[in-house]
Design a protein around this ligand. Structure first.
Ligand code: ADP
Length: 546
């Protein structure tokens, strides 16, 4: 078979399938770090977007409070001049929102109206005490410029509270949010201010926490950190470490920081595992591809080998047919010309014609049987038979032909063998093929032994030669169709590579087997092993042997 053709097929596979997939794999490997970084930045952005949404929500909440309180006073014209009204409106407002711990309103007349939400140590509806009021006034004066700026922005439509961290009492952290309640045109005067004290933790739980939970992002954990102490003061789930992936200062309470991380893993690990699983899939695809290409090439190779063997077969068979035909024709012509006078010679010519035409028949039978076997049309007619008679018959018939070639056959055929279920024609064909091979591969050693014996419930028929022998690694292959061992005789000895295939098939049909024992340079023994079907079918020497 032309190796170059197989090579071309391999190259074609490589270029068409393997090369593109390998390139993608190599590209993936090179790009892995970049991809991980890209994936990480995409996830970071996604986390930032979530934090942004939560922050925005807190801001919106505050704005709704501002609108709510402002509208209370804008509805009634002189409400801000009536302390009782201020007090009751403020009371209603603070009561409506649990994060608002207390509130006050500072009008232009410097009057304060205060209200305290009922807390642990606090009396509901009580007013802030004098010292607290003084403290508030002190802070307002201190931050006067910032408060004026805030009022200025409010006039332009941006309500941005002035935020103050209130000195801590106990566990709870309080933040004061100051914002203008009514805008006055005079930019130099502090406007009417509303102040609301926010209980940080309640605010986080009720506003931030609720928003986090409403997003139903179970793969994330949210947290809030106190910037001053750098401690996490709130998380949506229990965490082992207080290191979060992304953080953003809370707009409304800048002393707090919103944080987020992936549950159970880090962004780096997550993006790494994503790219690694991509890589794994690619590796598996490559592997499957390699295995399938290997099998396709192997299949193509075997098909090409078979095609080549079929070609050789045609050449060999034509040669095998031509040789006996030429001999038959030559002897027939000699006889026809009447030139052969001696009776002995005539007999010799007749026998040669007979033997050669038998060989021809055998060859043609082999081919026909093979084609029948291939198309599963071959049938065998098995009946209890005396195998010894068949062997004797074959030896009688071929004796002359064998002797002509200078061969000597020794036989040792056991008596009293049991009957064997067999198709006598098929067994004859098998034995003739074995003898034929023993002659062809004799390598000058012209002795053949045929033995027939009973062994472990079987009848074994062996044909032994002392010729070329068969290497061990070839001994299984010789039974494959068209297979011929590559040795010194392959070119000079013609053959179809079908003989042993047929013998094997015949033996399978007889539920028996063919075995070979061979040593290179010492010869080969092929044995046909027939099972004894009927234990009571033993025959005695008188009617079974001759
Ligand atoms: P062929 O027509 O080539 O003889 P077979 O199927 O009968 O085909 O045999 C297959 C191959 O097995 C042969 O080509 C030969 O190489 C090897 N072989 C068969 N019988 C013998 C033997 N008795 N001694 C050595 N080699 C043998």
């Amino acid at each position: 078979m032309k190796k170059s053709r197989l090579f071309k097929i391999i190259i074609a596979f490589f270029l068409a399938i393997l090369l593109p997939v390998l390139s993608v794999t190599i590209f993936e490997v090179i790009q892995q770090d970049k991809k991980e970084a890209l994936l990480e930045s995409i996830y970071e952005r996604q986390l930032d977007t979530i934090l942004f949404a939560v922050n925005q929500n807190c801001w919106d909440n505050f704005n709704s409070w501002v609108t709510e309180l402002s509208s209370q006073f804008s509805k009634e014209k002189n409400a801000l001049t009536q302390p009782q009204k201020i007090k009751s409106k403020l009371k209603n407002f603070v009561r409506s929102y649990s994060p608002i711990h207390s509130g006050f309103i500072r009008t232009g007349l410097s009057t304060y109206t205060t209200y305290i939400q009922g807390g642990k140590d606090q009396i509901p509806d009580a007013a802030l005490d004098e010292s607290s009021l003084k403290e508030i006034e002190g802070v307002i004066m201190e931050d006067r410029i910032a408060i004026l700026k805030m009022a200025d922005r409010a006039r332009q439509g941006y309500v941005n509270p002035h935020v103050l961290r209130w000195p801590q009492e106990g566990d709870t952290q309080t933040t004061l949010l100051l914002f203008p309640l009514v805008n006055i045109e005079n930019a130099k005067t502090i406007p009417t201010l509303a102040g609301i004290f926010i209980d940080d933790l309640t605010f986080i739980r009720e506003i931030v926490g609720r928003k986090f939970n409403s997003m139903q992002e179970s793969s994330f954990i949210f947290g809030v950190r106190d910037v001053a102490t750098a401690k996490i003061i709130y998380t949506t789930e229990e965490v082992n470490s207080d290191i979060f992936e992304r953080s953003e200062a809370m707009w409304i309470i800048p002393s707090l920081q919103l944080e987020i991380k992936l549950a159970g893993t880090t962004l780096e690990e997550f993006s790494q595992s994503q790219t690694q699983s991509n890589f794994l899939v690619l590796t598996i695809i490559n592997f499957i591809l390699l295995v399938s290409i290997f099998y396709i090439i192997r299949y193509v190779y075997l098909e090409m080998l078979l095609a080549q063997k079929e070609k050789d077969f045609v050449a060999n068979v034509s040669h095998e047919l031509r040789t006996p035909l030429a001999l038959i024709r030559m002897f027939a012509e000699l006889m026809e010309m009447g030139r052969v006078r001696s009776e002995e010679k005539k007999q010799h010519y007749y026998r040669t014609i007979m033997a050669e035409s038998t060989r021809l028949t055998q060859l043609i039978n082999n081919i026909l049987d093979f084609s029948k076997i291939e198309s599963k049309r071959k049938t065998y007619n098995l009946k209890p038979s005396n195998i010894r008679l068949i062997v004797n018959d074959i030896m009688d018939f071929y004796q002359y032909h064998i002797q002509q070639k200078g061969f000597k056959i020794n036989s040792s055929l056991e008596l009293n063998l049991p009957l064997v279920q067999l198709d006598s024609e098929a067994v004859r064909q098998a034995v003739v093929n074995l003898i034929d091979n023993a002659i062809k591969y004799s390598n000058g050693n012209k002795s053949i032994h045929i033995t027939l014996k009973r062994m472990n419930g079987t009848v074994v028929l062996s044909v032994q030669d002392f010729g070329l022998g068969i290497p061990v690694k070839e001994q299984k292959k010789i039974f494959k169709k068209f297979y011929r061992v590559e040795n010194s005789l392959i070119h000079t000895t013609k053959g179809s590579g079908l003989g042993l295939t047929l013998v094997k098939n015949i033996m399978v049909q007889h539920k028996g087997q063919i075995t070979v024992k061979s040593k290179v340079g010492e010869g080969s023994t092929f044995s046909l092993v027939f099972p004894v079907m009927d234990k009571n079918g033993e025959i005695d020497g008188s009617n079974s042997d001759r």
